[in-house]
Design a protein around this ligand. Structure first.
Ligand code: SF4
Ligand code: SF4
Length: 408
């Protein structure tokens, strides 16, 4: 076996591997290692110690004096498999007393695995091929990307930001654009924006995948073309703000795109934009929605970017809504189980985790579970169905829209 190539491990991650004090705080709330499986190698600490051991075996002082030790292929494959069982939810980062940026570590660990031919997993390949061939992970034709907007009818016009100037560019994202079960998220977002008379447009069929799936599975190099293509279209559209309704697109455009190039406008999530519209009186929820509601913080919105207040601000503005927090909320919110490619490669594990999240909501007695991410929505909705739970899963914009439809 050839020596491990550690050139893809960035220096800050290497330092973080050595900074781990093995306290195990991160193993308690890790959804994949601690709660769902109880396998040490899946826990943050387990992965850190194993990779550190491998690096020492081949690059440590003994390796330099006596030659590198061979690492068994099975051990490498096991590390890879376990590393991809992580949802990259960031819970370990939130609890680590040393303050290790484990999100950066796991993403970098996957880049390292890819560089050594150990990732992504075979189960991820159809997604990756689909993005390469169709610009979306769902094997759907490019010409169908804007089909969701046909459901809006004549009363809502979605501007064409490719050919016209619009103040706001709505980046729809692949899942809301293509998945028939999630299209309502894009539709209600457009309806709310139109209701507030926001001048907005989309890139229509020219929008490309944001690249999140590639980045989260360790293929950040391969995502470069997608990212630069989107940035070029953003520049041509020249909006004053770019808005997303998907938490994954939001994190990717906001935190990852600046590593590839400069964006022409700030990126905001729809919850932030609508929160501002409520504050300025341009959106005034008035119809009662008499429901007890809990908000599930998507990891990409919460722990990754720190956006907690805006969705709650919207819920508090809806007459009749009683907001109840789950025991684990904000930076301690339990992950839905779908992120980091886990739903694709380990569907049973993802379902176990989403089932635990639905149980969290049931425990506080809410009637409606809401969120602001298509992946969380999808996985929680399917967990509600498989548990035969009485909960109703509703996207945040859809819930708001119910309160904006005042009979005239
Ligand atoms: S909480 Fe931080 S320091 Fe403690 S074992 Fe986990 S990664 Fe290491
Ligand atoms: S990011 Fe989440 S799933 Fe991954 S190791 Fe940390 S706590 Fe576990």
């Amino acid at each position: 076996m050839k020596r491990l190539d550690i050139s893809r491990l960035d220096v800050s991650s290497l330092l973080r591997y050595d900074a781990c004090v093995r306290c195990g705080e991160c193993t308690i709330t890790c959804p994949t290692g601690g709660e769902a499986q109880d396998v040490e190698l899946v826990t943050p600490r387990g992965k850190i110690l194993r990779l550190r051991e491998f690096i020492r075996m081949q690059y440590g002082i003994k390796a330099r004096l006596f030659g590198p030790k061979v690492i068994a292929d099975n051990d490498l494959r096991e590390l890879s498999e376990r590393a991809y069982e992580c949802t990259i939810c960031g819970q370990c980062k939130a609890v680590c007393p040393v303050g290790l940026d484990t999100i950066a570590m796991w993403e970098n660990m996957r880049e390292f695995l890819v560089a050594n031919g150990l990732g992504p997993l075979p189960a991820h390949e159809p997604l990756v091929k689909s993005i390469e061939n169709y610009d979306n992970p769902w094997m759907q034709p490019r010409t169908q990307r804007s089909r969701w907007s046909k459901r809006l009818g004549k009363e809502v016009s979605v501007g064409d930001s490719v050919n016209e100037a619009h103040d706001v560019l709505y980046f729809v994202g692949c899942t809301a654009a293509y998945d028939p079960n999630i299209r309502a998220m894009a539709e209600k977002t457009a309806r709310v924006l139109a209701h507030a008379a926001v001048d907005f447009g989309t890139l229509g069929n020219d929008e490309g995948c944001c690249g999140s799936t590639m980045m989260r599975t360790g293929l950040s190099e391969s995502a470069k073309g997608l990212v630069l293509g989107n940035i070029e279209k953003f520049e041509r559209a020249s909006p004053s703000v770019i808005v997303t309704s998907c938490a994954g697109c939001y994190k990717t455009l906001k935190q990852d795109y600046p590593k590839y190039g400069k964006l022409p406008a700030p990126v905001v999530h729809i919850a932030e934009l609508v929160g501002d519209l409520i504050d300025s009186g341009k959106v005034s929820p008035s119809a009662r929605v008499d429901k007890t509601v809990s908000f599930h913080d998507p990891c990409h919105l919460g722990r990754h970017v720190g956006l907690y207040a805006a969705p709650r601000r919207i819920l508090e503005s809806i007459p009749g809504v009683r907001l109840v927090e789950m025991d684990r909320n904000r930076e301690n919110a339990r992950c839905c189980g779908a992120g980091g490619g886990v739903k694709t490669a380990f569907p049973k594990l993802a379902d176990d985790i989403s089932g635990m999240r639905v149980a969290d909501a049931e425990q506080v007695g809410c009637e409606v579970l809401t969120t602001s991410c298509p992946f969380c929505y999808q996985s929680l909705k399917s967990a509600i169905a498989s548990r035969r739970s009485g909960l109703e899963m509703v996207d945040l914009m859809e819930l708001l829209w119910r309160s904006l439809q005042v009979p005239r």
